[in-house]
Ligand binder design. Structure first.
Ligand code: ASP
Ligand code: MG
Length: 410
């Protein structure tokens, strides 16, 4: 008998039939004697619908009221789910974030979980009930409803699994797991059986949407094994777990492509102390996330400074950078939106020399020009022209042999 936390996303509970089907699946586990905690998202599309409604009321909807509104989506699914279980003859109870005491900070619409009280859930589990917890919501110290930011139900599930010391945390979704790359781009993309927390963090930050990145951070901190799998099949999905020797045998586990960034170059910046800080302080203090930064060796006292920001923040960033560039005596500011960032990720790179060389060679063979390069311990990213993004993904997926399953250890 195990304590299992299972989270079902919006597409898994999109209508009454689907809610019943998911309830059947959970009851299957309960009938085998497992202690079951279920975390649900709002029905697919609901949260978006609420955001649109709010936008019709106020130009910038009040964050506290926004949370009161958004939290109703999950409130509906947990109640419906509990009804479906009772109709089938088992016992269930729905609980909201404030009932469980999922305590968060006061940052409305992007609150962080601070503490979870396991007592109430444990009492209901002891009584044999399936406990159905509303995802994505909590309660602040002053008793206000809060929500955890879009996609936050994953974090609710992992945090609950940590607090309850669950044996497993399963995240059910509409795909079979985490893939070596986007199957819509590359037909030989393969489901990954096991991946480390750090690799998953990189993949999530590079745009793999299957798991919300904050939930992965939680899972890593509390060592919660997370099983990402499909609601609509019985097949094993992907286990997100601690790194082990076997994972290190492959230099690369996944390839990603993100087209969400734009690049800015400040040309001929005078090479004097304090310049970088004068450029980046005003950008980051506006909450704009700067990703890659490259500064060249200076020639004749001048250097070029190039960096990337989210495409949606390009205009705002240029408005900040242009006056600063003039102030520090730079020659001009250039920007480019038609870029893509392709990345290869793998813990095995730590002990495999030549991964970068192989990546560059594969791109060169297709005549893809590399505009920027950045590396970390387990990731290499190249910025290229966006029209080559999909081609680069396929070429790299091939070059690192990701279409073939990794050799099993004897
Ligand atoms: N319903 C929320 C959203 O759509 C939370 C979630 O589904 O994880 O973002
Ligand atoms: Mg999600």
């Amino acid at each position: 008998m195990a304590l299992i936390v299972q989270k079902f996303g919006g597409t898994s509970v999109a209508n009454p039939q689907k809610i019943k089907a998911v309830a059947e699946r959970v009851m299957g586990y309960r009938r085998k004697g497992h202690r079951m905690v279920v975390v649900l998202s709002a029905m697919a599309g609901e949260t978006n619908r609420f955001v649109e409604l709010a936008n019709q009321m106020q130009a910038i909807p009040d964050p506290r009221e926004m949370d009161v509104l958004l939290a109703t989506g999950e409130q509906a699914t947990v109640a419906l789910f509990a009804m479906a279980v009772k109709e089938a003859g088992l016992d269930a109870i729905s609980l909201l974030g404030d009932q469980v005491k999922i305590t968060t900070d006061r940052m409305h619409t992007k609150a962080r979980i601070k503490q979870i009280d396991a007592a109430l859930i444990n009492r209901h589990l002891d009584a044999g009930k399936i406990v159905v917890v509303a995802g994505f919501q909590g309660v602040s110290e002053d008793g206000d409803l809060t929500t955890l930011g879009r996609g936050g139900s994953d974090t609710t599930a992992v945090a609950l699994a940590a607090a309850l010391k669950a044996d497993e945390c399963e995240i059910y979704t509409d795909v079979e797991g985490v893939y070596t790359t986007d199957p819509n781009i590359c037909s030989t993309a393969r489901k990954i059986d096991r991946i480390s927390y750090d690799e998953m963090l990189e993949l999530a930050s590079l745009g793999a949407k299957v798991l919300d990145i904050r939930s992965v951070g939680f899972a890593k901190r509390y060592k919660v094994p997370v099983h990402v799998r499909s609601t609509f099949t019985e097949t094993e999905g992907t286990w997100v777990v601690e790194e082990d020797k076997e994972m290190e045998s492959n230099p690369v586990s996944g390839v990603t492509c993100s087209k969400n960034e734009a690049r800015i170059t400040i040309a001929r910046v005078p090479d004097v102390p304090g310049t970088a800080s004068r450029v980046f302080n005003p950008i980051t203090s506006q909450g704009i996330v700067v990703d890659m930064i490259i500064q060249n060796t200076s020639i004749e006292g001048h250097t070029d400074l190039t960096f990337t920001v989210p495409k949606g923040d390009l205009k705002k960033t240029l408005a900040i950078v242009e006056p600063v560039a003039a102030d520090i005596g730079a020659e001009r500011v250039l920007s480019q939106e038609n870029i893509a960032k392709v990345s290869v990720v793998g813990v095995g790179m730590k002990n495999n020399a030549g991964v970068a060389a192989r990546m560059f060679e594969a791109m060169a063979a297709e005549n893809i020009n590399i505009l920027m390069i950045s590396t970390s311990e387990i990731k290499i990213s190249c910025v290229i022209e966006d029209k080559y993004g999909e081609l680069a993904v396929r070429v790299l997926h091939d070059a690192f042999g990701l279409d073939m399953p990794p050799p099993k250890k004897k």
